[in-house]
Ligand binder design. Structure first.
Ligand code: HAS
Length: 546
């Protein structure tokens, strides 16, 4: 990458790793509070740190890493013009201003509303304005990415768009379509309400709009990891992409099915007809298919590569994967974690089973395996080559080996923490709560051992965070100068041509919109028509406050 492109992507990486430190520290404090043996100093509230943790890691770290990484992929595969680079910087600054505004309000204790910011929890208006800026900044990035591919297509008529650029555009389409929901609830409901312009809002509308965004959000996190699995890892292990068509199909299925499924977060909420919840449960099972395709494709890539290298026997290909290369090892361990993590997701999504786990700390365990293990270990895996590429340095043996240790530390920490969360959740322990013995309840006594388990895991994870930060600083400033490879995987020679229908954007976006309208229109009208008195659809014009 050119110097000015590298500094732009690196700016996103700096925010990512600073967020890791701040958010991770808050996570450690939470697990300590939940043992009942530790009190927060200086009058800091539990929900204050829980909000910092969720917002900074779940929303800030992820969005900055993803937007930065995707810019790197687009620049490498389709290029960037001077004007586009300027807009890319604009997206960075708008997102950063928003982040600083929201984070300041949380740190001042004026936005203890958690990362889901459900009403009737109310934050200072600046918190919501800050979130709006983050979303608007990311929209700028969306349009820059769309424009990058558009320009490339014009210059290269009759050619398929490069796989990674295609994947970035899909992810940004999912982001753009889904953030319309959160933008609607923030602009039309939360901001007027927090400014005191209205004194009520329809809470079910706000939660429905939030989850219309909230579920695709998790795939916005996952898909950059899949980009690395499909489009980068084959190169790292010395192989080729298994199937260009399969990879594109998997991403298109995410575009279709990741949005019309938000009700699976609201299965226990009154006011939504069970038929529509059931329909969205069915669609949720449809969104599992592209992940199963991905699992198949990964095994195929690993096996074919090994056999081509001449490793024989049933598992010769497996034994000879590059286990000592952290660029492979960290994402691979993320994949392994995704097997139980995905199984947990299927349990959550099973309509009746959801009653057992909803609002228990099992759900927290689920997203620490999916997001904080599968996705984050893959992001770390990407950083091991991306940061040296950006800083003109090389990943040396020392840092490679430290990265291997970091990965193992992370896995052990997560095994304790997420494992304890899953078990305690099945025993009924609630999520989003500080320590309590619930007036000596026998059931609550069963949870305490697992809360210690979480604190042990949280402490090990914090060591993992410190190691990762050291690795990042080392790669940014201290690693030996040199040229690190930007690994982009290629198709095997003689691969079947990819069908053009997979690149028919109008068709796929059209089907996605139809599915969304199908899944949401009737229940949404229902929610508005049957809203309780005093809750106008968007809290405007002025409600009566009842
Ligand atoms: Fe989830 C709640 C259902 C995936 C994140 N999820 C959450 C929340 C978050 C989250 C943050 O239906 C909490 C939100 C909140 O605060 O309330 N989730 C699913 C389903 C999937 C799923 C069906 N979730 C994710 C991913 C996330 C994520 C990915 C983040 C990145 N989730 C739910 C539901 C809830 C929920 C309910 C609401 C619960 C409630 O009641 O509140 C699926 O997408 C999972 C499919 C995945 C698989 C695994 C495929 C495996 C692969 C690896 C292959 C391995 C290889 C290596 C090749 C089927 C691809 C092999 C090597 C060897 C050695 C064997």
């Amino acid at each position: 990458l050119k110097k000015q492109d590298s500094s732009m992507v690196m700016a996103f990486m700096w925010v990512t790793f600073i967020s890791l430190l701040v958010g991770g520290l808050m996570g450690l404090l939470q697990t300590l509070v939940r043992t009942g043996k530790f009190n927060l100093p200086f009058g800091i509230g539990y929900y204050q740190i829980l909000t910092v943790h969720g917002v900074v890691l779940g929303l800030v770290l992820t969005t900055f890493f993803i937007v930065g990484f995707q810019f790197a992929l687009m620049i490498k595969t389709v290029g960037i013009t001077t004007a586009q680079r300027k807009w890319a910087w604009a997206s960075f600054w708008v997102m950063l201003i928003g982040t600083v505004a929201s984070a300041t309000m949380i740190l001042l204790g004026k936005a203890n509303v958690l990362y889901t910011f459900y009403a009737p929890l109310k934050a200072h208006p600046i918190f919501y304005f800050g979130l709006t800026f983050v979303v608007v900044g990311s929209w700028i990035a969306c349009f820059v990415n769309f424009n990058q591919l558009f320009k490339w297509k014009k210059k290269n008529p009759g050619k398929h768009s490069p796989l990674l650029a295609f994947m970035v555009v899909i992810n940004m389409l999912i982001w753009l379509i889904s953030t319309l929901g959160v933008a609607a609830t923030v602009l039309l409901q939360f901001i007027p309400w927090s400014l005191g312009l209205v004194d009520s809002m329809n809470i079910l509308v706000s939660r429905t709009l939030f989850w219309y965004f909230g579920h695709p959000l998790v795939y916005f996190w996952l898909l950059p990891a899949y980009m690395a699995w499909y489009g980068i890892l084959p190169k790292i292990i010395g192989g080729k992409i298994f199937s260009d068509s399969l990879a594109r199909l998997a991403f298109l299925l995410f575009l279709l099915f990741s949005i019309p499924v938000g009700f699976h977060h609201q299965l226990l909420e009154p006011g939504i007809d069970p038929f529509w919840k059931y329909l969205q449960v069915v669609l949720t099972f449809a969104v599992v298919i592209p992940s199963l395709l991905t699992a198949f494709s990964m095994f195929a890539t690993f096996e074919i590569t090994g056999r081509q290298k001449g490793y024989t026997g049933l598992f010769g290909w497996f034994k000879n994967l590059p286990w000592k290369d952290v660029r492979f090892f960290a994402p691979f361990m993320g994949m392994v974690a995704f097997i139980p993590a995905g199984a947990g997701g299927l349990i959550n999504a099973s309509y009746q089973l959801n009653q057992v786990v909803h609002n228990t700390i099992w759900v927290t365990g689920h997203f620490h395996l999916t997001l904080a293990t599968t996705v984050i270990l893959t992001f770390f895996g990407i950083s091991y080559w991306l940061v040296p590429v950006l800083t003109g340095r090389k990943l040396n043996k020392k840092i490679n080996n430290l990265g291997m240790i970091q990965t193992v530390v992370w896995l052990i920490g997560m095994l304790f923490m997420s494992g304890s969360m899953h078990i305690a959740g099945l025993l009924g322990a609630p999520r989003r709560s500080a320590f309590s013995n619930y007036q000596g309840s026998e059931q609550a006594a069963e949870w305490i051992g697992y809360q210690y388990g979480q604190a042990i895991g949280g402490s090990i994870l914090f060591i993992g965070i410190l190691l990762m930060l050291y690795i990042f600083i080392y790669m940014a400033f201290l690693a030996p100068k040199g040229v690190e490879e930007f690994p982009i995987a290629e198709l095997p020679t003689g691969a079947e041509p990819t069908p053009w229908v997979l690149e028919n954007w109008k068709l796929w976006v059209g089907i996605a919109v139809v599915l969304i309208l199908f899944a949401y229109t009737v229940p949404f009208i229902d929610i508005i028509q049957n809203s309780p008195p005093g809750s106008p659809p968007f809290g405007w014009p002025i409600g009566n406050g009842s």
